[in-house]
Design a protein around this ligand. Structure first.
Ligand SMILES: Nc1nc2c(c(=O)[nH]1)N[C@H]1C(S)=C(S)[C@@H](COP(=O)(O)OP(=O)(O)OC[C@H]3O[C@@H](n4cnc5c(=O)[nH]c(N)nc54)[C@H](O)[C@@H]3O)O[C@H]1N2
Ligand SMILES: Nc1nc2c(c(=O)[nH]1)N[C@H]1C(S)=C(S)[C@@H](COP(=O)(O)OP(=O)(O)OC[C@H]3O[C@@H](n4cnc5c(=O)[nH]c(N)nc54)[C@H](O)[C@@H]3O)O[C@H]1N2
Ligand code: SF4
Ligand SMILES: [Mo]
Length: 679
């Protein structure tokens, strides 16, 4: 059989939506590489995707539907047919709907695939079923809320402007791990003479690649930005003309709040010396076109939205927005490019059903009543690993009467707790249309290999379930290709018919966002609204984190590794071995105080649980902070609990987001000596 090369797209939850070239022989993917003609990828893939074929053809892939044959959570199953699986699910749901109502059924999905069709294909089904609705807010809704409070509907600046900046600040973003193309662009800017700074809570590989890095206390970014602005005002480094023409509430801000936040006062809050804060302020204000690339790290706190809102005031005071390369980028929003409602079909919902936060799955399964959640359907998400308060989630999943169905590629911690497991295709086995959130490109792709085993795509399963429920809507009988065509068969200000045609051909296409974000502020007043009386907090001010009140001395930072993506890629021995084991990084001063050394088996604990780690004593983390990278599967962890046994179900100040990084713990030597599984 000859080898053929096909275009595809990386489906993972990453800002870049890379273009892939896939070499296929006899229905198998042999090799995956970065598309050199893709405007962002330009041939470069991250380490996770360089051997995507090992994920696609992993011996761990699920290949048939499975029915639980042992105790809940024991991971014992026997194969069944698709017909039997669909019949069992529909029969159970019909009974539940008759007895307790549709709201006793809860869907749970997030970002296993970012394809517009496969990601959203459960929506029409669950709307019609009358199920509870899931608030999909685990990632960064606080970022959107913070931006919106200040900038309204103003779209993002063009990410490519980074090349015209003379000072690039990677703020709360570990771009080496999470946004390699933004990192490449930042380094290109640096080669052209820009200075590169990182502001983080520990010394990440991104910090190593910068001219300077500033390590601050978790969740204190808003405080730092307030102190910087205090200095900027005190030293008169403002652009008064820009402020007069473009900013609402400058006088109230300076007189009512900013005066309280001197660098001297903020220094102990953020952990930087007053003179360092002053220097940051001065150099920021004196830069010609400073570009802030804001990550999500600082948003997963009780004050996450306020952190974003406060930092975003910086370019408004200095007028950085006026110059190409100057401004702040929190991520692009390409939501207007395709008519997604043609897939999601909210109109199928007879009446609005209750909303359940995905950040509070633990409580939803163990405490929520009227009606109690009696069935959980999980697709392209792994809540037993990634959701906060893992102990509560697992307690819920172990409820004997809870009927859990998991549609997955692998036997994840969530799938292990299922009553029925359904095998899912990988992105190379189904068609989809992708847009991205780090730029403005889009690409459609077809299946390039047949399904592995009996696996089916998300859309195919919902189509089968609709038939199993006896529904007659022609909508559910469409093919995936027909639905993708509905997303393309319609012009928007972002694309005309020529662009849609190029998309149909599978080309990566740069879309043109309407409007010029740097010339008109899309707020009710038409100005950047530092004063926003529609908000609970009309002005930016210092807000506390949750962890400050928890009574444990160390702040626990959960962070990304380059070798996994949330709890994805743990099926891969080659990638997992590069992480070695679930480590906890601790500063030598904190380790010394506790009599701990590198390699020790330690337990981190707080009010929610305890988790075993292998200690790594390192000055890459400052005193007072401990860091762990990755979200590990329990089968690779000695005590079976991951970092989320320490994170809470509490929400952010705006957007009802997760507060996964707002955690306090104490750490001690693990009582029982045991093999850590490390090395
Ligand atoms: N390799 C890899 N890539 C990924 C992911 C992954 O898990 N692995 N996850 C994907 C997903 S779903 C997302 S949402 C994005 C997220 O990507 P990013 O926007 O980079 O966000 P995070 O990785 O959550 O955090 C970024 C950095 O913020 C730091 N940080 C944490 N708290 C604070 C704080 O209070 N202040 C400051 N200044 N810094 C802080 C962390 O130490 C970390 O280095 O990445 C995507 N890409
Ligand atoms: N402690 C801690 N917890 C975190 C984070 C953290 O940094 N620290 N990050 C948080 C963030 S930012 C996010 S976005 C969430 C991510 O949470 P999730 O979206 O749940 O992320 P993943 O762990 O990648 O799990 C996705 C699952 O989907 C499966 N999958 C992939 N493609 C398909 C498909 O086409 N169909 C089906 N049915 N399944 C598929 C994969 O096998 C994988 O198991 O995690 C959050 N949790
Ligand atoms: S950088 Fe992001 S989009 Fe590109 S291959 Fe890696 S995970 Fe996929
Ligand atoms: Mo995320």
């Amino acid at each position: 059989m000859p080898t053929t090369i096909h275009r595809s797209v990386c489906p993972f939850d990453c800002p870049d939506a890379c273009g892939l070239l896939v070499e296929v022989e006899s229905g198998r993917a042999l090799k995956v590489s970065g598309d050199p003609d893709h405007p962002v990828t330009r041939g470069l893939l991250c380490p996770k995707m360089q051997h995507y074929e090992r994920t696609v053809h992993s011996p761990r892939r699920l290949t048939t539907p499975l029915l639980r044959s042992g105790a809940k959570g024991a991971g014992e199953f026997r194969p069944i047919t698709w017909d039997e699986a669909i019949q069992r699910i529909c029969c159970r749901w019909q009974g539940l709907i008759a007895q307790q109502g549709g709201e006793s059924i809860l869907p749970y999905s997030y970002a296993g695939t970012m394809g517009l069709l496969q990601r959203n294909s459960g929506h029409p089904f669950f709307y019609k079923l009358g199920a509870s609705r899931l608030e999909r807010t685990i990632c960064s809704p606080a970022k959107e809320a913070g931006w919106k409070a200040l900038m309204g509907e103003t779209p993002a600046m063009d990410p490519f402007e980074i090349g015209q900046s003379d000072l690039v600040i990677l703020w709360g973003i570990n771009a080496v791990a999470t946004s390699i193309h933004a990192m490449r662009d930042a380094q290109d800017a640096r080669r052209k003479g820009a200075r590169l700074w990182a502001i983080d809570t520990y010394r990440t590989p991104t910090c190593d690649a910068c001219d300077e890095s500033f390590l601050i206390r978790p969740g204190s970014d808003g405080a730092l930005a307030l102190a910087m602005m205090h200095s900027i005002v005190r030293e008169g480094l403002l652009d008064r003309d820009f402020i007069a023409a473009n900013v609402l509430g400058y006088d109230e801000f300076t007189s009512q709040t900013l005066s309280d936040y001197s660098p001297e006062r903020i220094s102990p809050v953020c952990g930087l010396a007053p003179e360092v804060i002053e220097r940051l302020a001065r150099e920021y204000a004196r830069a010609w076109a400073p570009f802030i690339r804001l990550g999500s790290g600082l948003t997963r706190y009780a004050n996450g939205a306020m952190n974003v809102r406060t930092i975003s005031c910086l370019p408004a005071l200095t007028g950085a927005w006026q110059r190409p390369g100057g401004g702040i980028l929190t991520g692009t929003s390409t939501g207007g490019a395709f008519p997604l409602q043609r897939v999601t079909r909210e109109d199928f919902m007879a009446q609005p059903t209750r909303l359940v936060s995905m950040n509070q799955l633990g409580s939803a399964l163990t405490e929520l009543g009227a009606p109690r959640v009696m069935s959980l359907y999980v697709y392209h998400s792994n809540p037993a690993s990634i959701a906060p308060d893992q102990n509560a989630v697992v307690r819920g999943l172990l409820r004997e009467e809870l009927f859990t169905v998991v549609h997955e590629r692998f036997m994840t911690d969530t799938a292990r707790h299922a009553d029925i497991v359904l095998p899912a295709t990988s992105s190379l086995e189904h068609p989809d249309l992708y847009r991205c959130y780090g730029g403005y490109h889009a690409q459609r792709c077809s299946a390039v290999i047949p399904p592995v085993g009996e696996s089916k795509s998300n859309w195919e399963v919902f189509s089968l379930l609709a038939a199993g429920m006896g529904w007659n809507e022609p909508f559910f009988r469409q093919s995936a290709e027909e639905l993708i065509e509905q997303l393309l068969d319609y012009e928007t200000p972002w694309r005309d018919s020529a662009v849609s045609e190029r998309l149909r051909q599978g080309e990566p296409v740069l879309l043109t966002p309407p409007g010029d974000p740097k010339r008109s502020w899309l707020t009710p007043s038409g100005k950047i609204e530092i004063l926003n009386e529609r908000e609970v907090e009309p002005l930016p001010r210092l807000l506390a984190t949750h962890a400050e009140g928890d009574g444990f001395p160390l702040r626990l930072q959960s962070a990304a590794t380059p070798y996994a993506l949330n709890a994805s890629f743990y099926e891969r021995d080659d990638l997992r071995s590069r992480q070695t084991c679930m480590e906890l990084m601790m500063n030598p001063a904190d380790a010394g105080q506790r009599g701990l050394s590198s390699g020790d088996a330690v337990t981190a604990y707080n009010q929610l649980g305890e988790v075993g780690f292998t200690l790594n004593v390192t000055d890459r983390v400052p005193p007072g902070t401990v860091v762990t990278e990755g979200v590990w599967w329990s089968e690779f962890i000695p005590a079976g609990r991951g970092v989320n046994a320490l994170t809470s179900q509490r929400l952010t100040d705006g957007g009802r987001g997760s507060t996964l990084y707002d955690v306090a713990v104490e750490v001690g030597r693990t009582g029982v000596e045991r093999s850590t599984g490390c090395g």
